[in-house]
Design a protein around this ligand. Structure first.
Ligand SMILES: [Zn+2]
Length: 312
């Protein structure tokens, strides 16, 4: 079943909206300076997620954290320039409830407010992750197909020492969930941002375009994808890790430069993810409440992508 994508009246006569939600995995300060310097010069103002505190246990991922004063300064400079700083959990390892709360307090002290948006990292406190992204037979199917490789996460489990769902609901507006290959997220998910009653600890969810590493990013927003996004007047939030191969040999990938330069020449709204989601929400007169049928549609679409294309 195919749906006509939602048509949105974008602000200031813009034709479409584009953002990036960049997870900090493997990203160095030098990566971030090079990439955000380039994007900023082209007029992009996107979302950069951070780990607020440095590791106190063994890390599960490389990548700079706000424990480094130079990196923190860099993030504050980006924020002043109009980029959004988002949340990727407290640290590059699992954090217990009190640690998460302390790190959120540190984020607020540093950046002046709670994060508006987040994306899960593979920490134990991830919220509604892996099979828990789905409901009903789709959850059972996901479990069956992942054959025990499916790890459990505890952010939404009040019995767990990693639980912080109530805090998440109180302090963070948007959480990334389903990722699709298409450039227009409103095609697969015309309801974003939406509330899903089956996941009560998250205020609102949004979808993204697959771009987890440089290769998939370049594919996700190639010339054809850009033109389609523009023609459909859509919304694209690229899901990525700018730490994953965007600077081979220390230089910005030439194809990344070429594509982002091309995109910047279009009449797009290049704003942070939360700014765009706030706008959509306002246009609709409030947050969309996902119906049971819509949830089934969305989950089915993603499950298909996951199974056949391995999207995130
Ligand atoms: Zn991550």
């Amino acid at each position: 079943m195919s749906f006509a994508p939602l048509r949105v009246e974008w602000p200031e006569g813009k034709t479409f909206a584009f953002s990036v939600f960049d997870d900090p995995d493997a990203e160095t300060l030098a990566d971030s300076e090079a990439i955000y310097g380039f994007l900023g010069d082209l007029g992009f103002r996107t979302t950069k997620a951070v780990w607020m505190v440095g590791p106190i246990r063994e890390e599960n991922s490389p990548g700079e954290t706000c424990a480094n004063p130079k990196f923190r300064r860099h993030c504050l400079d980006l924020q002043s320039a109009g980029f959004e700083i988002g949340w990727h959990h407290a640290a590059p390892h699992s954090s217990f409830r009190q640690e998460t709360i302390a790190a959120l307090d540190a984020f607020r002290d540093c950046f002046g407010a709670d994060p508006s948006s987040m994306a899960n990292h593979y920490n134990d406190e991830a919220i509604y992750w892996t099979a828990d992204r789905l409901t009903g037979w789709r959850r059972a199917a996901y479990r069956l197909l992942s054959r025990g490789r499916d790890r459990r996460y505890f952010g939404a489990d009040p019995e767990s020492p990693y639980f912080w769902g109530d805090i998440c609901r109180e302090r963070i507006r948007y959480c990334r969930n389903f990722v699709f290959r298409g450039p227009n997220n409103l095609r697969e998910c015309p309801w974003a941002p939406y509330h899903d009653a089956s996941k009560p600890y998250v205020q609102a969810w949004f979808s993204s375009t697959e771009g987890a590493n440089c290769a998939s990013y370049l594919q996700g927003i190639d010339e054809a994808a850009q033109d389609r996004l523009e023609a459909e007047g859509g919304l694209c939030v690229m899901y990525t890790h700018f730490g994953h191969h965007f600077r081979p040999g220390g230089e910005l990938h030439p194809r990344f430069r070429e594509l982002m330069r091309r995109l910047s020449g279009k009449n797009g709204w290049f704003a942070p993810a939360s700014t765009i989601l706030d706008y959509l929400r306002e246009q609709r007169g409030g947050l969309h409440e996902l119906s049971t049928a819509e949830r089934a549609t969305l989950e089915r679409r993603w499950l298909k992508e996951k199974l056949f294309h391995g999207t995130s």
